[in-house]
Design a protein around this ligand. Structure first.
Ligand SMILES: [Zn+2]
Length: 409
């Protein structure tokens, strides 16, 4: 096993976190000044790991290491450089810097692999600045076209001009994409962004799937009336109906495996202290890696809501307004990752990701493997997001073993 030092790892993250437009946490939006300023630093680190570096048309910084094996395919490793507003210093960039450190050590020890490696810092994953998400990974699959570059941010700046500011050549979108036959797989290291590994007292876990998401809007129509004179059994209270639906949905989410969900938005009309609620709009967001589980949950909520409405003399309309399917991580890559953890004398623990990641897009191109790292108090998308650097050392060792095991597979 190569030697990994906490001080080295800390140094990478401390330096990268300085490229932030906020003092609190890290704010590094796609094609921002901070993104632009980080590029030469990343480039320098990548070159130090023996990688050939280029910035592609979508602002992805890509470091390629060619294998001597003429038949070789490419393992794509990476994660996103962008953050949310006042986010943490590990979300995304962890999956760039930790593998980078491992590749640097391997380069110093002249360890060669029989497949090519491309390490990528995706420009955009979060979709904070422009109304698009996963732009970096989608571009690798050929799923971004020149029309997509016409979207604008809140200041009216087009994505095309933002990319040009960054130094990207937007005429070369087609050069972002990979041919399926040339790719071995996609490997991403990411903080868990949840409390599961911490509650299991484990430093790392193997991701089995990345969640799918669907969103629904329910419109409940009651009848406004005087809150003092209308007898209780004669009311058509939209908010009472809504409250039962919220409890029903929450119980369903609590009692179904591989399912989470939330009623996150509620609008009450007229929203007055002495008027029976006339109308309520609410949202239901449902997440599961398994589409069938999600659909069944939505169906149960619809059925319950309809039954309830007829009992309570209210009316309900439904609008299923968003759906993004989840993906299952590649079985073979998962088992190699599991073996790598076992070889480092750690128990293998599997979990699914309730957050979206680049793998959602990369699955169209190739098999996906994800390694989760424990994060403190499950906190992410927050300026106090934190990890234990001992865990990062373990993850580095697992990455090294995974890369070597993959060679045998
Ligand atoms: Zn992320």
């Amino acid at each position: 096993m190569l030697e990994y030092k906490i001080s080295d790892i800390r140094d990478y993250f401390d330096k990268a976190a300085k490229f932030s437009s906020s003092d609190r946490g890290v704010t590094r939006l796609f094609c921002s000044e901070e993104h632009k300023a980080l590029l030469p630093v990343l480039r320098n680190w990548m070159e130090g790991a023996g990688l050939q570096v280029r910035l592609d048309a979508l602002g992805n910084l890509r470091g390629f290491k060619k294998s001597k094996n003429k038949e070789a395919k490419t393992l794509i490793i990476g994660s996103h450089q962008d953050s949310v507003i006042e986010g943490g210093k590990y979300d995304g960039i962890l999956g760039v810097l930790l593998p980078l450190y491992v590749l640097k050590r391997m380069h110093e020890q002249e360890i060669e692999l029989n497949y090519h490696i491309e390490l990528i810092a995706f420009g955009d994953e979060e979709g904070v600045r422009f109304p698009k998400t996963l732009l970096g990974s989608k571009s690798l699959c050929g799923d971004v076209c020149s029309a997509d570059l016409e979207v604008v941010d809140k200041d009216g700046v087009t994505l095309k001009s933002a990319l040009e500011f960054l130094g990207a050549n937007t005429n070369e979108i087609t050069k972002c994409a990979y041919d399926k036959d040339d790719v071995l797989g996609f490997f991403e290291v990411h903080i868990e962004q949840g409390p599961v590994l911490e509650s299991e007292s484990l430093p790392v876990g193997v991701v089995t799937a990345i969640t799918g998401i669907e969103r629904h809007r329910l419109f409940i129509q009651g009848k406004a009336n005087h809150a003092g004179t209308t007898p209780m059994d004669m009311r058509q209270d939209a908010l009472v109906t809504a409250s039962h639906i919220i409890c029903f949905a929450n119980d369903l989410f609590c009692n179904t495996e591989n399912l989470v969900g939330v009623v996150g938005e509620l609008n009450v009309y007229p929203n007055a202290v002495n008027v029976i609620p006339d109308r309520v709009d609410l949202t239901v967001e449902i997440r599961s890696p398994d589409k069938k589980i999600r659909q069944e949950a939505a169906e149960k909520i619809y059925q319950y809501a309809n039954k309830l409405a007829s009992e309570q003399n209210t009316a309900i309309n439904f609008n299923h307004n968003y759906e993004m399917d989840g993906i299952k991580c590649d079985e073979k890559l998962q088992s190699i990752l599991g073996e790598a953890i076992e070889k480092n004398n750690r128990p293998v623990f599997h979990l699914f990701s309730g957050a979206g990641h680049d793998g959602l897009a990369m699955d169209r191109l190739t098999g996906v493997a994800m390694l989760f790292l424990r994060c403190k108090e499950g906190l992410s998308h927050h300026h106090e997001e934190d990890i234990d650097y001992h865990d990062a050392i373990i993850a580095a060792e697992v990455i090294e073993t995974f890369l070597l095991e993959l060679e045998e597979a």
